[in-house]
Every structure is written in structure tokens, then in C-alpha cells.
Design a protein around this ligand. Structure first.
Ligand SMILES: [Zn+2]
Length: 227
């Protein structure tokens, strides 16, 4: 049986860059923001400046330009944000997309042909800030890609149904004031079923919800092949 996972895996045998060409894939460095990373104990990663200084250290030590990672990573990044702490049950702290940590204003490309499904400025602290969701069709599958923590300008001139060719500029990265209160980065997530959401979709889940979300939000690296 053909699955979306299979189709995305076989879409290309090359890496698919989704940040501007000035940042070649060779300059990407894996980043571990998991709660298990003992290096983070000296940093308050919930603070954008402190998080940025940790990322800058990693990039400097590896001579890289973009730090990336985070799919299914269990993080402390959301501990200070009220929307992520449940009164009952477990916190939402398992990350469902890939993050690309790069400078404000960096251009974001679409990996595939798509049309705008929806867009929204999710402006609560700790949320995505400006967000775009594209709809894609490959073979018999319709699915979605979500781009979060964008600049406000990224939403100007957008309309539902607007077409984007693969490898065209979709957006630019926002700053902590706009994105909302994170070091600049792109949150990229693949979603099979948006469950009626528009311009927003959970980017983290709790341990109890993981079975559902890991199936609904498959590993973006199947498509992107960063390494
Ligand atoms: Zn993210």
C-alpha cells in the first residue's frame, strides 16, 4: 500500500532546501534542545536572547549558519508559557515539526508546489506569530505544510488559494517581538489532517497525545533529507 510517508521519501533523493540559497545545506548544524541536553543547564532557553546565545555558540563551534532539528524532541522550551501547561495531565512539550534557527529576515522557500490553505497571526506569547499553511497534492494524497514564526510582511498580499511553485519565496523569518518571544527560527511541520484548523495547528503535544500526532505529523526530514 502506498503511504504519504513513502511518497515523500521517494519524492527526491537530494536534500530540499527551504531557506534562502545563501545558506547552503552544508552550513546546517544539528541542534539538541531536548530536556536531556545538559549543556542547556547554563542557559534559559525560554528567554530568546539566552536561547540565541546558546545557538550562536553551537554555530560558531561548528562553523555553521543554520541550526536545525527538533522532531519529536521533548523540550523545556515551553515551560514558561501558559498555553502549554495543562491543569490536568501532562504538559505539551513534544515538538512535532523541524525548527530552522537562522537570522530574522531569512527567506523561506516552499519545498513543493502548493496553494495557500490559510494564514493567521497567532499572536499570543509562545505561539507561532505569523503563520502560513499550504495545501499540497501528490498522487492521491492531499496534505499540508505549516510555516510558523514568520515576519508580519509574510502575510501581506496573501490570499487563500494563491499558488506557490516549489522553490519560490513564501515568507521571511520574524523577530522575537513578532514571532512571539522566540529566537528567530522557522517552524516547519507536515500535517496529514488539519482537523478543521485554519492558520494554526498544534506544534507540540503531550506524551498521551503522541501516538496520534506522530502519525498525523510525519517526520519532515523524510521529504527534506537535511542529512
Ligand atoms: Zn518549532
Amino acid at each position: 500500500m502506498n503511504t504519504l510517508e513513502h511518497i515523500l521519501t521517494n519524492f527526491s533523493d537530494q536534500s530540499i532546501p527551504i531557506l534562502e540559497n545563501t545558506l547552503p545545506i552544508q552550513s546546517y548544524v544539528p541542534l539538541d534542545l531536548s530536556a536531556d541536553n545538559t549543556e542547556l543547564k547554563d542557559f534559559d532557553i525560554t528567554d530568546p536572547e539566552s536561547c540565541q546565545s546558546y545557538i550562536d555558540n553551537i554555530l560558531k563551534s561548528k562553523a555553521g549558519k543554520v541550526a536545525y532539528g527538533g522532531y519529536l524532541e521533548v523540550r523545556n522550551l515551553y515551560k514558561d508559557k501558559s498555553g502549554f501547561n495543562q491543569n490536568f495531565g501532562e504538559p505539551r512539550n513534544i515538538h512535532l515539526g523541524i525548527d530552522y534557527w537562522a537570522t530574522e529576515g531569512t527567506e523561506v522557500f516552499t519545498p513543493l508546489n502548493g496553494v495557500v490553505h490559510s494564514f493567521k497571526n497567532n499572536s499570543n506569547v509562545g505561539d507561532y506569530g505569523p503563520t502560513i499553511i499550504l495545501e499540497h497534492s501528490l498522487e492521491d494524497f492531499v496534505f499540508y505544510t505549516l510555516y510558523g514564526h514568520l515576519s508580519l510582511e509574510s502575510l501581506v498580499g496573501l490570499s487563500i488559494g494563491k499558488k506557490f511553485e516549489a522553490k519560490s519565496v513564501l515568507a521571511t523569518l520574524g523577530n522575537p517581538e513578532i514571532n512571539v518571544n522566540y529566537a528567530p527560527h522557522l517552524h516547519f511541520q507536515i500535517i496529514k489532517d488539519l482537523q478543521g484548523s485554519r492558520g494554526d495547528y498544534p506544534g507540540v503535544c503531550s506524551k498521551q497525545q503522541l501516538d496520534f500526532y506522530r502519525n498525523n505529523c510525519i517526520d519532515p526530514n523524510l521529504l527534506l533529507k537535511i542529512r
